[in-house]
Design a protein around this ligand. Structure first.
Ligand code: NAG
Length: 385
């Protein structure tokens, strides 16, 4: 009895979810420079939109939403002329680029999420590269996110009061507000000049303080930039394109200044960490100590830092992630210990940059989990023509 009631409840729930899912046929959208055709089989409805050959060509869907709501958008298309790109524009706002891999048949591709207003909305599919067929779009209300577990204290019990205050501030706005941010002060200034508002967060890169770059004469103003933004009340994040300590190919394709890429060095992180008496292990510590000098300048100015080193390790394109999760996590642990316990840096909030469980260094050394998102449909680009 209980089981069958549960089944009924579940099927009602499924029906509601299905009812909220909206599929709109491209042949019913308003065309602008496009036509409807039926020559390629496999479409739904009575045809598909084609003729995206001028940059302004587009189809406009009108979508109604019962409230302000976030939807997952998918586009059913055929890439019969090879891989292409399109733009999605919601309510005449900024455009978001979506990549269409080459296909023989009509296929669904995820186009990210869109936030619709209550009532009528427009959604344009604009040419961009053009030369694809559009069959339909489907909007499904985005499922609510599972609650995250948030620790009320930082991993470093000696964290300075300003650092704790920054962390508490982030917790206080968590799930409620979004902070705008930019990589590099120059881009923050670019925005400030154009819109009259300064992004809350500026991230600076310790890259040019890497000893194997300094050997080639690099200098940096990253710390000065961070101090200037912090003095205005801004939040500072720091990352580090850590040029490999040694083993740089320094060729035309892979010059010394690309030495943070796996492709530009034969530096083997697993081998270097396997033996702490190894010369390369010593070089890793030398580099961490060089970075500590810079972070201390921020500590001396009482500036807390969202510190995000060893980013995108799981991608494998940086040498610190090139040998898999174990060496990367081990290096994170060494970095944490050296900067926290040895150099007594108490102004760091430790931000790990991966959401893959296998790559997680553990609750003892991580304050915040982050992810770098390059997913299509999330980025905003400007239509240039
Ligand atoms: C240190 O790394 C370099 C560059 O990969 C390598 O050529 C060298 O053999 C390594 N040294 C030791 C002692 O493993």
């Amino acid at each position: 009895m209980l089981v069958s009631r549960l089944k009924i409840a579940l099927s009602c729930f499924a029906a509601i979810v299905a009812a909220q899912k909206i599929t709109l046929e491209a042949e019913d959208a308003t065309p602008s420079g496009t036509t409807v055709d039926t020559a390629v089989a496999g479409y739904s409805g009575t045809g598909y939109a084609t003729g995206f050959d001028e940059s302004a060509d587009k189809i406009t869907f009108t979508v109604s939403s019962d409230s302000v709501k976030l939807y997952d958008l998918s586009i059913r298309y055929a890439g019969i002329y090879g891989e292409k790109r399109t733009y999605v524009v919601v309510n005449g706002g900024a455009s978001s680029e979506v990549y269409f891999p080459a296909t023989d048949a009509f296929t669904d591709v995820s186009a990210g999420q869109v936030l619709l207003n209550e009532g009528a909305n427009t959604l344009d599919i604009v040419s961009n590269w053009g030369w694809y067929l559009i069959d339909s779009i489907t909007l499904t209300p985005s499922p609510p996110r599972a609650p995250h577990s948030i620790s009320s204290s930082l991993v470093n019990s000696k964290a300075s009061s300003k650092t704790v205050a920054l962390y508490r501030y982030l917790i206080s706005i968590y799930g409620e507000k979004i902070l705008s941010g930019q990589q590099d002060l120059s881009w923050a200034n670019w925005i400030a000049e154009r819109v009259g508002k300064t992004p809350a967060l500026v991230s600076v890169d310790l890259m040019d303080y890497s000893p194997s770059r300094v050997e080639h004469g690099t200098t940096s103003t990253a710390i000065e930039d961070a101090i200037s933004h912090a003095k205005k009340g801004g939040i500072i994040s720091v990352l580090w394109h850590w040029n490999a300590p040694t083993g740089l190919y320094d060729t035309e394709e892979n010059p010394w200044w690309s030495g943070f890429y796996t492709r530009a060095t034969d530096f083997d992180i697993a081998a270097a960490l396997a033996d702490t008496t190894n010369a390369n292990y010593t070089l890793l510590i030398r580099d961490i100590d060089a970075i500590a000098v810079q972070l201390k300048r921020l500590q001396d100015a009482d500036i807390p830092v969202l510190f995000r080193p060893l980013h995108e390790a799981e991608g494998g394109w940086f040498w610190w992630g090139a040998k898999g999760a174990e060496p990367a996590k081990k290096l994170w642990g060494i970095l944490y210990e050296r900067l926290t316990d040895y150099h007594r840096l108490n102004n760091l909030v430790w931000v790990w940059n991966s959401v893959l469980p296998d790559w997680y260094p553990g609750d003892e050394t991580v304050d915040i989990l982050s992810a770098d998102v390059y997913a299509q449909g999330h980025g905003v680009s400007v239509i240039s023509k």
